[in-house]
Write a protein that binds this ligand. Structure first.
Ligand SMILES: [Zn+2]
Length: 273
C-alpha cells in the first residue's frame, strides 16, 4: 500500500454519494470480538457442531448446563465489552453526511449502530434481537437487559439441576405469548434472512462505490455482493488484513487495520474530487 494509492482512492471515493460498505469479522475483531473461527475465537473453546445450532444448544442445556452457562457467559462478556472503533465511527459520520447509502454486514454485534450508522443490513442476523420460538415474533434485547442476564449468571455455579432450573428462569420470554426466545442470528445450517439479502442486493446494484472491510469473502451468498457491485461498474475498494479472493477484482486493496485505513479513505472532510 502506498500513500499515493491511498490518496487516489480517497479522492475517487470523495466523488461518490452512493457508497455501500460491506463488513465482516475483521472490523469487529479490532473492537475486541475475535473472529469466531480465529485465534481466541469462540469456536476454539466450544465445538461449533454443538454450540452453533439451536438443537445442539438445547441438548447441552439438558445434559451439561454448566457448559451452556460458560458459553453464554463468554459470549455476553465479549459482546458487552466491545466498543465501536475508528472505522465504525467514520462510517457512521459518512452516512450522516450523505456519502454512504448503507452498511451490509455479516456481523451480529451492534457496533455499526453504536458507531452512528442508521441503515445496517445484517445478513447473519442480530444478537440484540430475540425471536420467539413459539409465535415467531421478534423483539429487541437491549444492552441493559443483556447486562442483567449476565449478572444473574454469576450467581449460579454449582449443581446441574440448580443451574438447569435457574437458566430456565432467566431465559428471556416473548412479550406476547411468554414462549422461550432465541437470539435472532443465523446459526449453522440456517438460511440468511431473505428480505435482508434482497435489500442488500438492491443497494449493491445501485451503488457507485463498494467498500469491503474486514471480510475475506468465503461465505456465500454474501460473498457474491462484491461481484455484483463490480459487474454494475462500481468502484471496488478493499481493506483487509491480507490479500483475499476480492483482491483481484478490486480497484484498490489496502492491507492493514481497518481502524487506521478506513478513516483515511473516507475522511470527515473529504477534499473535493
Ligand atoms: Zn411468542
Amino acid at each position: 500500500m502506498s500513500r499515493s494509492d491511498l490518496t487516489e482512492a480517497a479522492g475517487r471515493l470523495s466523488a461518490c454519494r452512493r457508497i455501500v460498505v460491506f463488513t465482516g469479522a475483521g472490523v469487529s475483531a479490532e473492537s475486541g470480538i475475535p473472529t469466531f473461527r480465529g485465534e481466541g475465537g469462540i469456536w476454539e473453546k466450544y465445538d461449533p457442531d454443538v454450540f452453533g445450532n439451536i438443537p445442539g444448544l438445547g441438548q447441552v442445556w439438558l445434559t451439561q448446563p454448566q457448559r451452556l452457562l460458560d458459553f453464554i457467559t463468554d459470549a455476553l462478556d465479549t459482546f458487552l465489552a466491545a466498543q465501536p472503533n475508528a472505522a465504525h465511527l467514520v462510517i457512521g459520520k459518512a452516512e450522516a453526511a450523505g456519502r454512504i447509502r448503507a452498511v451490509v454486514t455479516q456481523n451480529v454485534d451492534d457496533l455499526h449502530e453504536r458507531g452512528g450508522t442508521r441503515t445496517v443490513f445484517k445478513l447473519h442476523g442480530d444478537l440484540y434481537t430475540l425471536r420467539c420460538l413459539r409465535c415467531g415474533r421478534s423483539g429487541p434485547l437491549d444492552r441493559g437487559r443483556m447486562e442483567r442476564i449476565r449478572d444473574q449468571l454469576d450467581g449460579m455455579r454449582s449443581g446441574r439441576l440448580a443451574i438447569l432450573k435457574k437458566l430456565w428462569e432467566i431465559m428471556p420470554r416473548c412479550g406476547e405469548c411468554e414462549g422461550l426466545t432465541r437470539p435472532d442470528v443465523v446459526f449453522f445450517g440456517e438460511s440468511l434472512p431473505a428480505n435482508v439479502l434482497r435489500q442488500a442486493e438492491e443497494e449493491t446494484r445501485s451503488c457507485d462505490a463498494f467498500l469491503i472491510v474486514g471480510t475475506s469473502g468465503v461465505v456465500y451468498p454474501a460473498a457474491l455482493l462484491p461481484k455484483l457491485a463490480r459487474s454494475r461498474g462500481a468502484l471496488v475498494v478493499e481493506v483487509n488484513r491480507e490479500a483475499s479472493p476480492y483482491t483481484e477484482m478490486s480497484d484498490f486493496s489496502f492491507f492493514g487495520p481497518a481502524g487506521s485505513i478506513v478513516p483515511e479513505l473516507i475522511p470527515e472532510s473529504p477534499r473535493p474530487a
